[in-house]
Structures are given as structure tokens and as C-alpha cells.
Design a protein around this ligand. Structure first.
Ligand SMILES: NC(=O)c1ccc[n+]([C@@H]2O[C@H](COP(=O)([O-])OP(=O)(O)OC[C@H]3O[C@@H](n4cnc5c(N)ncnc54)[C@H](O)[C@@H]3O)[C@@H](O)[C@H]2O)c1
Length: 252
């Protein structure tokens, strides 16, 4: 087992990718704390994970006190944390910059940038030397895409935060990397497709699929494969890296 004896915190742990990662971490021998917004979501995820080694906490990642609370809970449960999957995120509205609602821009930046920043701020001190932090960016963190100003800006910002953290944490041999998934099967892509073409989301789905040169959407367990590699000692000399997993997606 690749994560035997390790401890992990997963934000957005009740969501598509977070839940798959938590499941894999448990299967690889880790103890896990999942963090997500809303008791019901967290309890449903705990029910699905069905393990004595998993714990849950409802917290809003945009809130400093909530973030301090989940970091304190990790310390109470585990002592030190080996793996921090800083993953919670939202897609936001689809609209050109000229029509993009100000409040929606702020909402996306709050979760995707402030949430990742606060996670690093409070979790780094709670981590064991030699640990691994994985922040979820996106293909949208490396290139532009029409209609997605807030999401694209926020996911580029995640790369900036990762780069600073990877330098600052290197003295403690803590590695910090980003993952950059392309479209993954699940609710977030469904929501985006409805935003792209409210009258015909299936057509939007077909257009996205056409760009995926490897022929299909990515499965969440394939994202969990990459996250597990970055969480494990197999990636011990990788830090400051932007790891793309996008089915060779074409276009910007
Ligand atoms: N699904 C994709 O195709 C895709 C592609 C690239 C990147 N991503 C990124 O992957 C990450 C996970 O997304 P997903 O696909 O699992 O989507 P998801 O919506 O299934 O999961 C996201 C989770 O984050 C939680 N969350 C949102 N706001 C929160 C807040 N303020 N506080 C605490 N939790 C909050 C949600 O409740 C949800 O459980 C996100 O950062 C997303 O941007 C997803």
C-alpha cells in the first residue's frame, strides 16, 4: 500500500474528484479527513466511503476561521498531516468578460483562490516535514477559454500560489504541485455545458468531446491515480510542477 500510515486532508472531499481521491487514499492505507461545505454533503460522503479511517468536517474554505478549524481538527486527529489535497473549487457562470457579473467573479475567486491560499496558510504549519500538497488547478490554469474569465483567472492564480508555496515549504522538504485536469465526467462539466449552451447542453458536450484527442472524458479515478502518485513517495523529487491530465485536449 502506497500511503500506509500516512494522514491526509481533502477539501471538496464530498465532490466528484475529492471523493475519488479520498477513496483511493483510504485504499492505499491512509487515514483521511474530508472537508466540504454542509453537514449533509459531508455525512453522505462519509457514508459512501464507509471506513473507520475516514473523518469529516463541514467548513467553508473561503472563511479564515473555518479553515483554522479544519486544520486544528487535522492536528487533533492525526498530530501531523502528510498529504493536503487543496481541491475545493467552483466553475462559476459562463459569459464573456463584457457581460460577466461582478459578484460572480468575486464568488469564484473567493473559493478557488482565497480558499486555496487559506488552505496553504493554515495547513502548512500542520504538516509533517517531507509531506505533499496537491492543489487542484485545471487546464484552464494554463490557457484561456472563452466565457470563463473568473474560472480561468482563478486557476492561473492557483499556479502562482503553488509556485510560492513550493519555494517557501522546500526548507521543510514539503512538496507542492498543481494538477491540471481537462473535462472529467461529473456534475461540474454538466453545469458548464448547460452554461455554454442552455438550449442544447448535449451539443456543448459533443463539442468538448471533439477536442479530447484521446477520445473521451477523463474518469475521476484517473484523476485519483495522478493525485495518489503526487501524494506518495514515488514523486519525492517533484515539487513546483504543473501536472496536466487532459486527454490531450486541443484548442484554447
Ligand atoms: N470536473 C472537471 O471537469 C474539472 C476539471 C478541471 C478542474 N476541476 C477542479 O477540480 C476540483 C474539484 O471539482 P469536482 O469536479 O470534483 O467538482 P464538484 O463540484 O463535484 O466538487 C467540488 C466540491 O467543492 C465543494 N466546495 C465548493 N465550494 C466550497 C466552499 N466554499 N467550501 C468548502 N467546500 C466547497 C463542493 O461542495 C463540492 O463538493 C475543483 O477545484 C475544480 O475546479 C474539475
Amino acid at each position: 500500500m502506497r500511503l500506509q500510515g500516512k494522514t491526509a486532508v481533502v477539501t471538496g472531499g464530498a465532490g466528484n474528484i475529492g471523493l475519488a481521491a479520498a477513496q483511493r487514499f483510504l485504499a492505499e492505507g491512509a487515514r483521511v479527513l474530508i472537508v466540504d461545505r454542509g453537514e449533509d454533503r459531508v455525512n453522505e460522503a462519509l457514508r459512501q466511503l464507509a471506513s473507520n479511517d475516514v473523518h469529516g468536517l463541514s467548513a467553508d474554505v473561503t472563511d479564515g476561521d473555518d479553515t483554522a478549524r479544519y486544520a486544528a481538527e487535522a492536528q487533533r486527529l492525526f498530530g501531523q498531516t502528510d498529504i493536503f489535497f487543496n481541491n475545493a473549487g467552483i466553475a462559476g457562470a459562463v459569459a464573456p468578460i463584457t457581460a460577466y457579473p461582478d459578484a460572480e467573479f468575486d464568488r469564484v475567486m473567493a473559493v478557488n483562490v482565497r480558499g486555496v491560499f487559506l488552505g496553504l496558510k493554515h495547513m502548512l504549519p500542520a504538516m509533517r516535514d517531507g509531506g505533499s500538497v496537491i492543489c487542484t488547478s485545471s487546464v484552464a490554469g494554463l490557457r484561456g477559454s472563452a466565457g470563463m474569465a473568473a474560472y480561468v483567472a482563478s486557476k492561473h492564480a492557483v499556479v502562482g500560489l503553488m509556485r510560492v508555496a513550493s519555494v517557501e515549504a522546500s526548507a521543510r522538504r514539503i512538496r507542492v504541485n498543481t494538477i491540471h485536469p481537462g473535462p472529467v465526467e461529473g456534475d461540474m462539466m454538466g453545469e458548464l455545458e448547460r452554461g455554454m449552451a442552455p438550449a442544447d447542453p448535449k451539443a456543448a458536450h459533443a463539442l468538448v468531446l471533439q477536442r479530447m484527442r484521446l477520445g473521451r472524458f477523463i474518469e475521476r479515478k484517473e484523476i485519483a491515480d495522478l493525485v495518489t502518485f503526487l501524494a506518495s513517495d514515488e514523486s519525492r523529487m517533484i515539487s513546483g510542477a504543473t501536472m496536466v491530465i487532459d486527454a490531450a485536449m486541443a484548442g484554447g
